[in-house]
Design a protein around this ligand. Structure first.
Ligand SMILES: NC(=O)c1ccc[n+]([C@@H]2O[C@H](COP(=O)([O-])OP(=O)(O)OC[C@H]3O[C@@H](n4cnc5c(N)ncnc54)[C@H](O)[C@@H]3O)[C@@H](O)[C@H]2O)c1
Length: 86
């Protein structure tokens, strides 16, 4: 199964994604990498805003997991103009 994890380069994604890959899932990540990228090198990273993903790009995925979140609390709002709200 091909899965896209939005915000997958963060804390939770860095733990979950290697486990999904170990279980045979084909996982790609879309993330701006505000805290870096600590994912295994075999995980494809699409480095851009989650909300710039197009319908065309999404067509290849059977499932999307969303781990993105507002950065308001984690960095004092430095990137507030780029935030999204859940
Ligand atoms: N960490 C925890 O203990 C915890 C506990 C309960 C729930 N959660 C929830 O789990 C989810 C993931 O948490 P986390 O700790 O991994 O967060 P995190 O901040 O470590 O990771 C979030 C990732 O999202 C990316 N991101 C945010 N906005 C983006 C955008 N517009 N475009 C591209 N990338 C973007 C960031 O670059 C970052 O890599 C969040 O919804 C959080 O609220 C986390």
């Amino acid at each position: 199964m091909k899965i896209l994890v939005a915000g997958g380069a963060g804390f939770i994604g860095s733990v979950i994604i290697p486990k999904l890959a170990d279980r045979g899932y084909d996982v790609d990540v879309v993330d701006w990498c505000w805290f870096g990228n600590h994912l295994p090198k075999n995980i494809k990273l699409i480095k851009k805003n989650i909300f710039d993903i197009t319908e065309e790009e999404l067509k290849v995925y059977e499932t999307v997991i969303f781990f993105g979140r507002s950065l308001e609390r984690s960095n004092g709002g430095i990137f507030s103009e780029r935030q999204f709200h859940l």
